[in-house]
Design a protein around this ligand. Sequence first.
Ligand SMILES: [Mg+2]
Length: 205
Amino acid sequence: MTRQGLKVLLDTDDEQEATQWITEFLTQVRQEWPKKPLGVILDIDNTVIMTPSRRRALGVTSPKLALGTAVYAEALRLGFQVYFVTARGHTEQVRQFTESELQHYGFGQHEGLFLMPDVTRPTVESIGIYKTAIRTMLHQHAAPIVLTVGDQWTDLLDLPPLGRPPRLADQDYRLLSHQKTSHRYLAVKEPGLAAVGVKVPDRPM
Ligand SMILES: [Mg+2]
């Protein structure tokens, strides 16, 4: 079963091409609605900042991810409200650490940082429910969300009805394209959702 009407707008393994596509998309949206408050949601781990385990695996010293960094800067430059939504557990300590980490790596300018309630057991489904709820809340009460970027499908696709886990989205995509999605940059649009979702690779390239 595929997610009905899911449109694939971009499918590439080229980070620069994906970055350019997003930049052009944001520029176009801004031209269309020059004054309107609009929001962009970014995941943190392996979207703007590489996790310590991946840093070690790849032997890199700078954990800043190029696409996430560029999208963050471009969104601010074009006057979008930037929100960070992460599955990191919400304790005061984690919030402070995450805020200072964002500051340290140059992501300190944002309209909101949302951490997952610590009581929630982090499964793909609970993360999907939480991220969908935050996206919906922001879209309805803060600013229409035009773009979401993340390394997991739960960062972009809303939890399907009847509690079907969002992990199925990956299989759905494979059915559409007959290829694995883990190493690719994909822009997708779901019918009924205002935002375009961009999935960045969830495995080291
Ligand atoms: Mg992530």
